[in-house]
Design a protein around this ligand. Structure first.
Ligand code: F6P
Length: 544
């Protein structure tokens, strides 16, 4: 057995040890468990102590990561090596938040001056939209900005923009349209005026069919109201495909470029973040980048024992690949982070939802599980039942700010109490005896208490991590997003997969293109019985 296989084997053996002890027992044995299993960076505290781990678990996970060459993979990625081997590209989103004086080379050329040049252009345009010096065709300042994109070209900026609502410009409203379902664009435009609306078309390739159709419809909305010449004033492109943006009618000075080494799901830090810069201002955007940079520096230099993204990633591998948990939940106790899960679903599942190793051979253990979640406290009243008493164990990440932005008596105290209570309840549970004693104390007759107690019992021992920070400001948000990006890198390294391609999304796109003529009435090219049957009924219902 080679050394990496031996490391995985050691983790599998260790599983029995962990399963014979509960979190309650681990806390009872070690009065300093919280201190020993918490890590801090600036105003961010990450409490790992409620996870099903011991020092030995972490030691074995670190040993596995050493044998999987995590440090080399991290170094190669951060320094611009072409780690995305199936597309022959670097994965250098970290360069987008590098300081001006940094030197990061791709193909022997320092790319940092290009990054800062692009950032300066973005900053100037965002400022001009905000102060009204860039206007629509009739000279009016823009009041609404509609960002059109899909996947990585919208999930990050939409999430960040919503998260930072308290920092928004008071005149400008930013909207996001992604779905090719015409309802999305239609309902967004219903209350907007063409004269005061600016469209940002965000597409790395500028060929994604949903985005292009939405962009064409937006273009028609503008030209019908303001004429063809208005396109150059009412549109900007955020793309690596300069030529396609020009063909669409967007002038060069309105095209904000980024590079092939910026993956879609990591592109919020690039020109794709323009709606964020317009909403919160270039200084706010700089603070977001600075927060991410702080996390990058920590990830690059902190020893594994103190490294927050590495620890989060390793514990995730432990749950997924060794304990076999099929999913994990992200639960921000923050209404403005209600889009965080959707963003992290793409970052995690599009990156590590792979079953081939870098060399093309099948993986040897389960890779990324399902990421799901939503904002607390709302989700306590929907799926938390399953988290507490369901037959699957779902590790949870709780995220919460110590301070709110609003001065609303009682609200934040209650939010915090609920957040802490949930992780406590998941861990401590309630035994059959305790449940029965409580029912008896409430005055229930013993026979009824005995019958009801099993339903009122909580197994407990359900793991969670809590991320606590002072306030959800741009810098903190930058740190949090970068933390999850690096977590995914760590996991990809352990699994030996390419975290930076996404070939799995291609087949469906191809088949949709082939099916489109049949939807419009042509004879279908496909022959599978179900699709043919569906097309038949579809035609009948559409009277085609
Ligand atoms: O559907 C997959 C994908 O390629 C994502 O990775 C990407 O974020 C999204 O489509 C949008 O791509 P583009 O920015 O080129 O329009």
């Amino acid at each position: 057995m080679n050394s990496i296989d031996a490391a995985w084997q050691a983790l599998r053996h260790h599983k029995d040890k962990i399963q014979s002890v509960s979190l309650n027992q681990l806390f009872a044995r070690d009065g300093r468990r919280f201190e020993s299993f918490s890590l801090r960076l600036g105003d961010l505290l990450v409490d790992f102590s409620k996870n099903l781990i011991t020092e030995e678990t972490l030691r074995l996970l670190r040993q596995t990561s050493e044998r999987a060459d995590l440090a080399q993979r991290r170094e190669a990625t951060l320094s611009g090596a072409k780690v995305n081997i199936s597309e022959d590209r670097a994965a250098l989103h970290t360069a987008l938040r590098a300081p001006r004086e940094a030197v990061i080379k791709v193909d022997g050329r320092n790319i940092v001056p290009d990054v800062h040049g692009a950032l300066d252009r973005t900053r100037a345009f965002a400022d001009a939209v905000r102060n009204g010096s860039v206007t629509g065709a009739h000279g009016a300042a823009f009041r609404d900005v509609v960002h059109i994109g899909i996947g990585g070209s919208v999930l990050g900026p939409a999430m960040i923009t919503q998260a930072l609502t308290p920092y928004h410009h008071e005149r400008i409203r930013v909207h996001f349209v992604s779905n090719v379902d015409g309802a999305h664009l239609h309902d967004t435009l219903r209350e907007l005026e063409p004269e005061t609306t600016l469209f940002l078309i965000a597409s790395k390739t500028f060929t994604t069919q949903e985005t292009m159709l939405n962009a064409d419809s937006a273009r028609r909305w503008i030209t019908e109201a303001l004429g063809e010449d208005a396109v150059a004033r009412h549109f900007a492109a955020l793309s690596s495909n300069f030529e396609a943006a020009t063909r669409f009618g967007i002038p060069g000075e309105r095209t904000f470029a980024f590079w092939d080494w910026v993956g879609g799901r990591y592109s919020s830090w690039s020109a794709v973040g323009l709606p964020v810069a317009i909403a919160i201002g270039p200084d706010g955007f700089a603070a977001l980048l600075a927060g991410a940079r702080h996390m990058d520096e920590h990830f690059a230099s902190a020893p594994l024992e103190e490294n927050i993204p590495a620890t989060l990633g390793l514990i995730g591998v432990w749950y997924r690949s060794i304990l076999g948990y099929a999913s994990s939940a992200i639960i921000p106790y923050d209404q403005r982070l209600s889009r965080l899960t959707a963003h992290l679903q793409q970052v995690d599942m599009e990156s590590n939802g792979k079953s081939r190793r870098l060399d093309g051979t099948p993986v040897t253990q389960p890779t990324a599980g399902v990421v799901w979640g939503g904002a607390g406290t709302n989700v306590q009243h929907s799926f938390f039942q399953l988290l507490h008493q369901g037959s699957d164990i779902v590790p949870v990440d709780f995220l919460v700010a110590a301070q709110p932005h609003e001065d609303m008596p009682g609200h934040h105290d209650m939010l915090l109490a609920n957040c802490l209570a949930q992780s406590q309840a998941l861990m401590t549970g309630r035994s059959l005896e305790e449940a029965k004693a409580l029912l008896l104390a409430e005055g229930m007759v013993p026979a009824n208490a005995t019958a009801l107690a099993p339903h009122r019992t909580f197994e407990g021992n359900r793991p969670s991590t809590t991320l606590l920070y002072r306030k959800l400001d741009p810098r903190t948000l930058g740190m949090l997003i970068a933390l999850y990006e690096h977590k995914v890198l760590v996991q990809g390294a352990l699994w030996g997969i390419n975290s930076f391609d996404q070939w799995g999304v291609e087949l469906g796109k191809e088949l949709a293109n082939r099916l489109l003529p049949a939807i419009k009435g042509a004879t279908p090219e496909v022959a599978d019985g179900s699709t043919l049957g569906l097309l038949d009924d579809l035609r009948r219902m559409r009277d085609v």
